[in-house]
Design a protein around this ligand. Structure first.
Ligand code: IVH
Length: 695
C-alpha cells in the first residue's frame, strides 16, 4: 500500500530535521534544540513509520536501535586493504622517515598532516550512493568482521552523507571507534555495581563494545567515532585515496580529503593541522603532549602523513605499511615501583575492594601512589604480594592500574595478602559469601564508609535528587554524627546546616528547601535510592511495578527470607524471582538488604515523610485478569509507559511469553517473543490494538 503523500512528505521532513540535529549534537557538539523537542520529533517519525511501514528507510534516524542478536559475525572483504603504520620512537627515527620521504620524491621540504593517534579500534565504513552500506573491523587487513548493525547505533556515524548533489558511487571511510574517559568510568561503575568484571582500559572496553553480537549492547555504550581517511570508488580506485566529485575538483591533499569528510558530516578531529617539514612535526608532537591530559580520551601518539595525495601514490606501501605515513608514539606511561601495602576500600554496599599502596612514582605527568587491583581474583591472578616490584600504567585521568609484578625482583620477605576478618573502617565482621569475589563488611549503615557511600547514592540526581548535598558536606554530616541513616537527612534544619564549614545561611536554607522538595518522589526512584546491591534503575522500576507498594515488597522479602536455605535453587526466593530479570543471586541480595534495613526504610516513609503517588489502578479495569508481554519498539511510547498504561487498567505485564499470556503487544523489530507467541497461538496486538482494548 502506498502511504498518503502528506505522510510521506512529513516523514522526509522529520528525517531531515533529525539528521541535522544529530549532526549538531554528536558531531559539532552544538545542539540547537532542547532534548525534549528532539524526542517529540523522533516520536512523531516513529509513529509515522509504524503507521506506514513502507515509508521506513535504512538511513532513517530511527534505525539506530540494535535488533536481535546475531549468531556470528560475517566476514567482509575490504575494497582497499587496511594498512598499519610504521612506528618511530624518537626524534632521530622521525628525521629518518622525513629524509626517506623527501629523497623518494626528490624534494627539499614537504608538508604533513599531523593528527592525534586515537587509541581505539580501526573501522571501515562503506557508503554506496551516499548511504551507509557496510561497516567492518580491520581483521587481518584484507578481511574484517561485519559490524554494520553495531556501528549504525553510533550517533556520530552518519547513516547518509550530508549535502546535496550526487553522492559518489562508493566510498570507504576509515576511522577510529573509541571510548572517551567519561564513558569508560561509567562502564566501570556499572560493571562494579552489577558485580561484573570491569573493563581494564578504554580501548579494551571500546573493542568489546563493538564486537557484540547483540547490537543493543553496543547501543548502550557511549562510543565515539572519528574519521581520518577515505577511498573513493574503493574497489577499483588507485591505492592512495582520491575523493570528491560533488563539491568541485578532486582534493589534491590529505587535508582536502579531511575537509570533504567534514562536509559530508563525519566527525574529524579538530586537533589536525598541516605542518611544514620535520620541525613542524616535532613542534606539533610537543603541543599535543601538553594537551593530552585535557583531551578527555586516550591518544597514544601522533600520526604524520604526507599531505600530497600524488606523493602518497608515488611512495606506495611496503609490507602492509605505507611509506608516506608514520606513527610517533608517546613514551609508555608505565613505570616500575614497589607495592608497599595492599589495603581495602569499603564500598557503598560493603564490598572490600583491594587497592595497592605504592612507593610514589612519577608517570605520565603525575605522581602516582595508589593503583586499583579491581578484586581479589585479580590479586590472585597477577600474584601480587606486599613488597613486590611492579609495573604500573597510567592513562589520562583513568585510575592507575597495576599491570604485572616482577617475580625476579621479589624480596624474601614479600608476603601474600591476608583477608581481614574485620572491616578496616568500622571493625565490623567481614564475610566472604559463596559465589562472591570480594569479602563484605556486614555492618551495613553502622559502617561509616558504607553510610557515606549510601548517602551519596541516596541524594544523587537519578535517586532522590537532592541538589547541593555534595561529597564533602555529607562527610562532615557523617563525621559529626548528624546523619546516621538516610532518614536523618530529613531532620536537618537550616540552623544545624549553617554551622558547617563552607555553609552560609542562604545556602543552608536552599539545601533545606531541596531536601523538602525531594520528599515527593516515585516508588521506583525511592527503591533505586535505597541502593540495594545489584538493583540499578531498571531493577528498581521492575520491583516497583511488580509489587506496587512498599508493604507488598517488604512482605515478599520477609517470606522469601525463609526460603534462602532451600535445597534446590528453584525453591529459593520465589516471590522476588517472579520479578522480570531478577535471578537467584540478585534476589538473595535484595532479600537480605530489605530485611537487614527494614527499620531504616520504614523510618524514611513514616518519620521522614518520603512519599509517592500510588499508581492509579482503575477498579474493574478493562484489562483485569489479563497478562501482557511487550516486545519491540512501540511507536511514540516507551516500554515503561506502555506497562504503566496496562497496569493502570488492571492488567499485568510479564517478561516471557507462555500459554498463560493473554496478549503479546509487538512494535517495530520485535524478535523471538513474537515468534514464540505465534508458536503458542497467543494473540498479538499492535499499539492501536491495545488502545482498542482499553476503550
Ligand atoms: S592512518 C594507512 N590515522 O592506528 C594509514 N591511523 O596502525 C592507516 N589510528 O589501528 C591508518 N589514529 O586505527 C591513521 N589519525 C590516524 C589514526 C590511526 C589512530 C590507528 C588505526 C590503526 C593504527 C594504525
Amino acid at each position: 500500500m502506498k502511504a498518503p503523500a502528506l505522510a510521506s512528505r512529513r516523514a522526509a521532513e522529520l528525517r531531515e530535521q533529525l539528521r541535522e540535529h544529530d549532526h549538531r549534537y554528536y558531531v559539532l557538539d552544538d545542539p540547537k534544540i532542547p532534548d525534549a523537542q528532539y524526542d517529540r520529533l523522533f516520536a512523531e517519525l516513529l509513529r509515522l513509520e509504524a503507521e506506514h511501514p513502507e515509508l521506513l528507510t535504512a538511513d532513517s534516524p530511527t534505525q539506530r536501535v540494535g535488533g536481535a542478536p546475531r549468531p556470528e559475525f560475517k566476514a567482509i572483504r575490504h575494497g582497499q586493504p587496511m594498512l598499519s603504520l610504521r612506528k618511530c620512537n624518537d626524534e632521530e627515527e622521525l628525521r629518518d622517515f622525513d629524509r626517506r620521504v623527501r629523497e623518494a620524491l626528490g624534494r627539499d621540504a614537504v608538508e604533513y598532516t599531523a593528527e592525534p593517534k586515537l587509541d581505539g579500534l580501526a573501522v571501515s565504513l562503506t557508503y554506496e550512493a551516499g548511504v551507509l552500506a557496510r561497516a567492518a573491523t580491520r581483521g587481518d587487513g584484507e578481511t574484517g568482521e561485519d559490524i554494520t548493525d553495531n556501528l549504525r547505533t553510533l550517533r556520530s556515524v552518519p547513516l547518509r552523507l550530508r549535502g546535496d548533489g550526487k553522492p559518489p558511487r562508493r566510498i570507504e571511510v576509515r576511522g577510529e571507534v573509541y571510548l572517551p574517559w567519561a564513558g569508560f568510568r561509567k562502564m566501570v561503575k556499572d560493571a562494579e555495581a552489577k558485580g561484573d568484571k570491569p573493563p581494564v582500559n578504554p580501548r579494551n572496553a571500546a573493542a568489546g563494545s563493538v564486537r557484540q553480537l547483540d547490537a543493543r549492547i553496543t547501543a548502550s555504550r557511549p562510543l565515539a567515532f572519528t574519521a581520518y581517511g577515505a577511498y573513493l570508488d574503493s574497489d577499483r580506485g588507485p591505492p592512495t585515496q582520491a575523493l570528491g566529485g560533488r563539491h568541485g575538483p578532486l582534493p589534491q591533499l590529505g587535508s582536502g580529503v579531511l575537509e570533504q569528510l567534514r562536509e559530508w558530516g563525519f566527525p574529524v578531529s579538530a586537533l589536525i593541522e598541516t605542518v611544514k617539514g620535520v620541525d613542524g612535526c616535532l613542534k606539533y608532537f610537543e603541543r599535543i603532549g601538553r594537551k593530552r591530559e585535557k583531551l578527555g580520551f586516550d591518544i597514544d601518539g601522533v600520526v604524520f602523513k604526507l599531505d600530497s595525495l600524488a606523493g602518497r601514490e608515488e611512495l606506495g606501501a611496503v609490507s602492509r605499511e605505507p611509506r608516506w605515513a608514520v606513527a610517533y608514539k608517546f613514551a609508555a606511561e608505565e613505570a616500575e615501583t614497589v607495592v608497599q601495602n595492599i589495603e581495602f576500600q569499603v564500598s557503598r554496599t560493603g564490598a572490600l575492594n583491594p587497592v595497592a599502596r605504592l612507593k610514589p612514582v612519577f608517570v605520565g605527568g603525575a605522581t602516582v601512589s595508589n593503583a586499583t587491583l579491581h578484586n581479589l581474583d585479580e590479586v590472585e591472578r597477577k600474584d601480587v604480594r606486599i613488597g613486590d616490584h611492579a609495573i604500573i600504567r597510567r592513562a589520562g585521568d583513568v585510575i592507575p592500574e597495576l599491570v604485572r609484578v616482577l617475580p625476579a625482583k621479589r624480596p624474601r620477605d614479600a608476603h601474600k595478602l591476608v583477608i581481614p576478618r574485620k572491616c578496616p573502617v568500622c571493625g565490623g565482621k567481614v564475610e566472604r559469601e559463596e559465589g562472591e569475589i570480594n569479602p563484605r563488611c556486614t555492618n551495613g549503615l553502622s559502617c561509616r564508609a558504607q553510610l557515606h557511600g549510601a548517602l551519596l547514592h541516596f541524594v544523587s540526581r537519578r535517586a532522590m535528587d537532592i541538589d547541593g548535598l555534595g561529597d564533602k558536606l555529607l562527610e562532615q554530616l557523617v563525621v559529626q554524627g548528624l546523619v546516621k541513616s538516610p532518614a536523618d537527612i530529613y531532620q536537618l534544619d537550616a540552623a544545624k546546616l549553617a554551622d558547617l564549614e563552607r555553609m552560609g545561611e542562604k545556602s543552608a536554607q536552599n539545601l533545606v528547601d531541596a531536601i523538602a522538595a525531594s520528599r515527593n518522589t516515585t516508588f521506583a526512584r525511592f527503591l533505586y535510592a535505597l541502593g540495594m546491591p545489584d538493583a540499578g534503575e531498571a531493577t528498581a522500576r521492575e520491583l516497583a511495578r511488580h509489587f506496587g507498594t512498599l508493604d507488598a515488597l517488604v512482605a515478599a522479602a520477609r517470606d522469601d527470607a525463609r526460603t534462602g536455605d532451600a535445597e534446590k535453587d528453584k525453591d529459593r526466593y520465589p516471590k522476588l524471582r517472579a520479578v522480570p530479570d531478577v535471578g537467584p543471586v540478585v534476589a538473595a541480595h535484595i532479600c537480605h538488604f530489605l530485611n537487614q534495613n527494614a527499620g531504616a526504610i520504614r523510618k524514611l516513609v513514616e518519620d521522614a515523610g518520603v512519599n509517592w503517588q500510588a499508581p492509579k489502578v482503575i477498579a474493574g479495569g478493562a484489562l483485569e485478569g489479563r497478562t501482557f508481554v511487550l516486545t519491540g519498539t512501540l511507536p511514540g511510547m516507551s516500554r515503561d509507559e506502555a506497562s504503566a498504561l496496562i497496569e493502570a487498567h488492571g492488567g499485568k505485564v510479564t517478561s516471557s511469553v507462555s500459554k498463560q499470556t493473554s496478549f503479546v503487544v509487538a512494535g517495530a523489530e520485535a524478535g523471538s517473543k513474537l515468534a514464540r507467541a505465534g508458536k503458542l497461538g497467543v494473540p498479538v496486538l499492535d499499539l492501536q490494538g491495545l488502545r482498542k482494548l482499553l476503550e
